[in-house]
Write a protein that binds this ligand. Structure first.
Ligand code: AMP
Ligand code: ZN
Length: 504
């Protein structure tokens, strides 16, 4: 089957091919761990989870890096303002290291709760400082960097295709530059590779700047030294920390190689973060940094941008407190195509929850066919099994069109609705189970795991209740229904006999 993905690099849907047959080198920009992740962040990670699942279904082995930004991401997303981690530390009266550790653990718990396929490499920026310094060194040796008072910068005018990726109008950006734009920078779009610890700030996270990446030691730098340590030449070290963009290039290239197959992130990353990643990586290697770039659109909440001031960035815990499971949220996320702007409302989440509940009840029908395996074999050639097998193929085909999850869900809905109109004994069990497994593999909704069979006692009660109904003993039938409902199961009477379902 052909897999087509929308590539931001070319602005078109392109047939995906990896550089090495059957192997995909994939990098995903991870969270900045200074707070809990909100539904918008998770919306993106669910999209990239579907991407991984679809690649695997297309018989690729996926080697994936997901980074954890635990240093260097400033509140402005650019080079001004406080480091988000250091700010979070002050807010909570802890160190930046503690903050990073706490919210990283919470992120990993969320990955688990949502059943996201685990990336092979989940890496922290602070564990890759030497690789980031090495990249600055390479760029300096190639003449792409310059030093100013507060750090070492990438000179974007030396990378002629800088504006291409995001179709930036650099002249207009320069003209509209804000007043606080650092006048020492040569161009508005230049960005910090390495920042020096500011005079006024006591940072928890800082590292020695190797002398060979410095062009000079300014008086300001000398003044700012908070450490009493001396380096081998007897001078106090210049303390600093990496710029946010640097970490992704350094980690991606040191683990996956100089050219990735796919790089993913949110659309907000296109004009700055990813543009800068491309500039610094390609300037260093002379090679294409990533063949494909995929970007998820943003999720709004009640039609509004998610923001701290509105306190509308719901977390997975917020949803749990209101009775919604991570799978309910996953179903909600899948209902919007990843490149479409999403809108989170509790009404939308409730309808996703109901849809998933309905799907679980349909998945439970597999326990309720009364036939033997032999009967099942005899049904192999009939239309029903053929159409169930075809449904599994159609779901993958929909996802192969730029991860069209809403279309995939509609195909499953259609097949499930046909099943509810089928006599239980006419359902081809093997084909049905295979469809459920395919849906789980591709969409991660855990239908099989979350639709267990009922106990033998319940089965017995259901039979007895049916017998009571047949002899019109309504009292016994009602009593048995109540007994059954104590186990969270209800019974629906159909023209073909009773069908049990989960109450919630
Ligand atoms: P951050 O923690 O800010 O580095 O963001 C982590 C990821 O979430 C990035 O890929 C962002 O682009 C993405 N993101 C942030 N806000 C939203 C949103 N409202 N909807 C979807 N993705 C988002
Ligand atoms: Zn990144």
């Amino acid at each position: 089957m052909t897999l087509r993905l929308h590539n931001t690099l070319t602005g078109t849907d392109q047939i995906f091919e990896s550089q090495t047959p059957n192997l995909v080198r994939l990098y995903t920009c991870g969270p900045t761990v200074y707070d809990y992740l909100h539904v918008g962040n998770w919306f993106g990670y669910i999209a990239w989870d579907v991407l991984v699942r679809v690649l695997i279904a297309n018989e690729y082995e996926v080697e994936r890096v997901l980074n954890i930004t635990d240093v260097g991401h400033l509140v402005s997303d650019g080079d001004e303002g406080q480091d988000k981690l250091e700010k979070g530390a002050k807010r909570e009266g802890k160190t930046a290291w503690d903050i990073a550790d706490f919210y990283s653990q919470d992120f990993l718990k969320g990955v688990d709760r949502l059943g996201l396929v685990q990336p092979q490499h989940i890496v922290k920026a602070t564990d890759y400082i030497p690789q980031q310094i090495e990249l600055v060194r390479t760029l300096k040796n190639k003449g792409y960097t310059y030093q100013i008072d507060d750090g070492i910068y990438f000179d974007t005018s030396k990378f002629p295709s800088y504006a291409d990726f995001a179709h930036l109008d650099l002249k207009a950006l320069q003209a509209g530059a804000r007043v606080e734009f650092n006048p020492e920078k040569r161009n508005h779009s230049d960005f910090a590779l390495w920042k020096f610890t500011p005079e006024s700030e006591k940072r928890d996270m800082e590292w020695e700047t190797p002398d060979d990446i410095l062009e000079y030691r300014s008086e300001k730098i000398e003044d700012s030294e908070s450490s009493n340590k001396k380096n081998p030449s007897g001078e106090q070290p210049v303390m600093g920390f990496p710029g946010w963009h640097l970490e992704c290039s350094a980690m991606a290239m040191s683990i996956l190689g100089e050219t990735l197959d796919i790089h993913t992130g949110g659309i907000d990353h296109i004009p700055v973060h990813h543009t800068n990643e491309i500039a610094q990586s390609e300037a260093a290697t002379g090679k294409t940094f990533s063949k494909f770039w995929l970007h998820n659109n943003h999720l709004k909440v009640d039609g509004t941008k998610i923001s701290k001031s509105l306190d509308n960035g719901y977390t997975l815990d917020d949803l749990a407190k209101k009775g919604y499971s991570p799978d309910d949220f996953r179903m909600f996320a899948l209902q919007t195509h990843y490149r479409t702007e999403g809108n989170f409302t509790f009404d939308n989440l409730t309808s996703a929850k109901n849809r998933l509940h309905n799907w679980r009840n349909i998945a439970a029908l597999r326990h309720q066919t009364h036939d033997t395996l032999r009967d099942d074999d005899d049904k192999c050639t009939d239309d029903k099994s053929v159409s169930l097998y075809a449904t599994a193929q159609a779901v993958l085909a929909a996802l192969n069109e730029d991860l069209n999850t809403p279309a995939a869900l509609a195909i499953v809905d259609d097949a499930f609705s046909r099943l509810t109109h089928t006599r239980l004994d006419d359902i081809h069990q093997h084909a049905f189970v295979q469809l459920l497994e395919t849906v789980d593999e591709l969409l991660g909704l855990r239908l099989v795991a979350n639709s267990p069979d009922v106990s033998d006692d319940i089965k017995m009660f259901i039979i007895k209740r049916q017998q009571a109904r047949e002899r019109q003993d309504w009292q016994t039938s009602d009593d048995l229904r109540k007994e059954i409902e104590k186990s969270g199961i209800t019974v629906r009477d159909t023209a073909h006999g009773p069908i049990w379902e989960y109450l919630d």
